[in-house]
Design a protein around this ligand. Structure first.
Ligand code: AHM
Ligand code: MG
Length: 339
């Protein structure tokens, strides 16, 4: 029987990959692990507990109704970051503005975390998988001062770590620090994440594609061409692909990471800037996709190279298996003059 490697052990062992590492990033990752266990427990009880399930009755910055669990998850992670001492500030999908932590120890924290505490939360009521997505940057402001907007608005190619927690049929944590991607499954009997998916690689191509096809007539015509290509016999497999779209980004991404596939959420006439948020949805998953051999682009450019201008900036998003993303890009380029 092979030895069980817990996430805690793995993080500590990986510290050696970073010369001069002080252990702060490891401690920060461990804080995320603890907060994720709290959220996982609450997600598991959501169907049972009336005061957790259901709408909070408030509208967040995105104009969406907040679910109670959104708020529960947001608070659990913020509390962990605020008390951990490694983080000087955070930005979250659920908060209008970023938060600069004011304690002396936090002001000396090296990192900022941008996160979506509970993505796909409109799926909670129907028991569909949801997830937390996080992105970690080294601060650019001076240590000992309050975190600034500049710390938050860094391009994705500056991420030092990123990951997600999928609250699915089991809870999984997948992350990268720029040295490949590893996945851990929470064993509820011992309360530990155990290494279950070492060195994850996204297959270069597959017969799976996914988008909200209700948007097909109101997005870039090259995307419609790609979907028609997938549905035809004139594709690389000479048989129609299978459509797979859960409508819960972490779950869709995770499937594609394991089985191969493409996830498309383009700009549309009704969402001209795109729907997904660059800083805490697109960038972290783009970092993981690339580290696993996949790609992540907008209709035109590499996601990780976008210079952000606002905290809740949105973008068109296409991510998944390398060959499939390249194909959709080729078809977009062919029709681009019509836009
Ligand atoms: P959220 O951050 O408000 O949960 O929205 C993001 C979600 C993604 O999880 C999902 O892929 C997408 O929105 C689904 O959108 P649609 O319902 O338009 O298909
Ligand atoms: Mg979200």
């Amino acid at each position: 029987m092979s030895k069980i490697i817990t996430l805690h052990e793995f993080i500590m062992d990986s510290q050696a990959e970073f010369p001069f590492a002080s252990g702060e990033l490891s401690r920060l990752l461990n804080d995320i692990v603890v907060a994720s266990k709290v959220v996982s427990r609450d997600v598991r009880r959501a169907g049972l507990t009336e005061d957790i399930l259901g709408a909070q009755g408030e509208i967040n910055i995105q104009g969406e109704e907040q679910q109670k669990l959104d708020v529960v998850a947001d608070k659990a992670f913020i509390k962990m970051f605020e008390t951990g001492g490694e983080v000087c500030g955070i930005a979250s999908e659920e908060n209008d503005d970023f938060v600069a932590f004011e304690s002396e120890i936090s002001k000396f924290g090296k990192y900022v975390v941008l996160f979506d505490p509970l993505d796909g939360s409109s799926n909670i009521d129907v028991n569909v998988s949801i997830g937390t997505i996080f992105s970690i940057y080294r601060r650019v402001s001076e240590a000992g001062t309050l975190a600034t907007m500049k710390d938050m608005l860094q391009p994705g190619n500056k991420q030092v770590a990123a990951g997600y927690i999928l609250y699915g049929s089991s809870t999984m944590l997948v992350y990268t620090t720029g040295h490949g991607v590893n996945g851990f499954t929470l064993d509820p009997s011992i309360g530990e994440y155990c290494l279950s998916h070492p060195n994850m690689r996204m297959p270069e191509k597959s017969r799976l594609y996914g988008m909200n096809e209700g948007n097909i007539e109101i997005c870039h015509p090259g995307i419609k061409d790609y979907v028609q290509y997938c549905q035809s016999f004139e594709n690389d497999f000479e048989t129609p692909y299978s459509g797979r779209y859960i409508g819960s980004l972490v779950a869709d991404f995770h499937r594609n990471l394991i089985k191969g596939g493409i996830y498309i959420y383009p700009k549309t006439k009704t969402a001209p800037k795109g729907k997904l948020r660059l800083l805490y949805e697109c960038n972290p998953l783009a970092f993981i996709a690339e580290q696993a051999g996949g790609l992540a682009v907008t209709e035109k450019e590499r996601v990780l190279d976008i210079i952000p201008h606002t905290l809740h900036q949105r973008c068109g998003y296409i991510t998944g298996s390398k060959n499939q993303v390249e194909k959709v890009q080729e078809l977009i380029a062919k029709r681009d003059s019509e836009i």
